[in-house]
Design a protein around this ligand. Structure first.
Ligand SMILES: [Zn+2]
Length: 347
């Protein structure tokens, strides 16, 4: 059983402070705060935006704010009352999470609709989380989606839906029109870096690398921070590729390109670290006023970005990386490129 000390860590569970714990989404928080202050929160919200930027956390914050027994102000939560503690431990009976696996989705929605005929079990309000709502767009989910419509349009006054989507434009118009749509934006690098340092005790250098890999998604950053081995492996691959390119070791460039390029997504992330390393170098040279070296680094940075774009567009990742290796050597190399012998390529 969890003790209060284990569950009430504002940094570990930001939603326990209600909307006050949500970072980087001022527009969304402002809309929800006004709704709660007026006592008329919408019956169905559609939280729309990329992965890992606080949509599910905000749904929990809304639940906490609606049910907190001693809210410091409208929209916030105390983090220590019985209701807040139950939300933290995942045992609040009025926070209803729909199981969105496609097999049996129609039955799940049916069960949900029946349950929502009744008042909340113990709180003032119940929140129904539909995550990911994008599942409702699957052809086999049409029956489930249509069954949901009536309840979604007119639930009991103490019931609030939160639908979470990464591509809300793809949802049925009939679902979208019943919800108030709130757009979540990617978080700034500064916010992510700060969160990594304060909430996950990362040092500055690691926080910088993880932030660069996260592309505005705190969720992704946290997953990355929790898996330092993968990060270390990527860092080794990035510095290996860069060193081989600078030294002009063509055989090694080919080998590394082939290894890194075996996984397209992984390759893009390794290149993000290559970019970061070159960018740090550029800043150092800029400070020293070394103009020609700075220009060559800027050219190299552009080449890294172009390679990432090419790999995302399904150009062969090993070939793109190999081409980049040669390009980086041209821009930054200290020695002549040592040509690969026929048959030495490992693709
Ligand atoms: Zn509370």
């Amino acid at each position: 059983m969890q003790t209060a000390a284990e569950t009430v860590q504002p940094d570990a569970a930001p939603y326990l402070r209600g909307l006050g714990g949500i970072i980087g989404q001022p527009a969304v928080v402002s809309v929800l705060r006004s709704a709660l202050a007026s006592g008329r929160p919408h019956h169905a919200y559609l939280f729309d935006g990329p992965e890992g930027i606080g949509k599910a956390t905000t749904a929990k914050a809304l639940m906490a704010a609606l049910n907190c027994m001693a809210p410091p102000s409208a929209g916030d939560a105390c983090g220590s009352c019985e209701s807040c503690l139950k939300i933290a431990s995942g045992s609040h009976p009025d926070f209803i999470v729909a199981h969105m696996e496609l097999a049996g989705l129609a039955d799940e929605i049916e069960r949900l609709i029946k349950r929502l005929c009744f008042r909340p079990v113990e709180g003032r309000a119940q929140v129904v989380l539909i995550d990911p709502a994008d599942q409702l767009t699957a052809p086999t989910a049409l029956v489930a989606a249509n069954r949901l419509l009536k309840t979604l349009e007119e639930p009991r006054p103490d019931t609030h839906f939160v639908l979470i989507s990464t591509s809300a434009n793809g949802l049925l118009q009939t679902i979208r029109s019943r919800c108030q749509r709130l757009r979540f934006v990617p978080l700034s690098d500064d916010l992510i870096r700060q969160a990594l340092k304060t909430q996950h005790a990362l040092d500055e250098e690691t926080a910088l690398s993880v932030t660069a890999l996260s592309q505005g998604s705190l969720g992704k950053a946290v997953r990355c921070a929790q898996d330092p081995d993968s990060l270390k492996k990527r860092q080794t691959e990035a510095s290996g590729l860069l060193a081989a390119a600078k030294a002009g070791r063509a055989v090694e460039i080919c080998q590394r390109a082939s290894e890194i390029g075996a996984d397209r997504e992984e390759a893009v992330e390794v290149l993000e670290l290559v970019w970061l390393s070159l960018h740090a170098e550029l800043r150092r040279h800029g400070k020293l006023g070394l103009l020609s070296q700075s220009q060559r680094l800027a050219q190299a940075l552009r080449a890294v970005r172009e390679t990432q774009t090419a790999i995302r567009r399904y150009t062969s990742a090993p070939l793109s990386l190999e081409r980049l290796g040669r390009h980086l050597h041209g821009a930054l190399g200290r020695a002549q490129l040592q040509p690969a012998q026929p048959g030495e390529h490992a693709r």
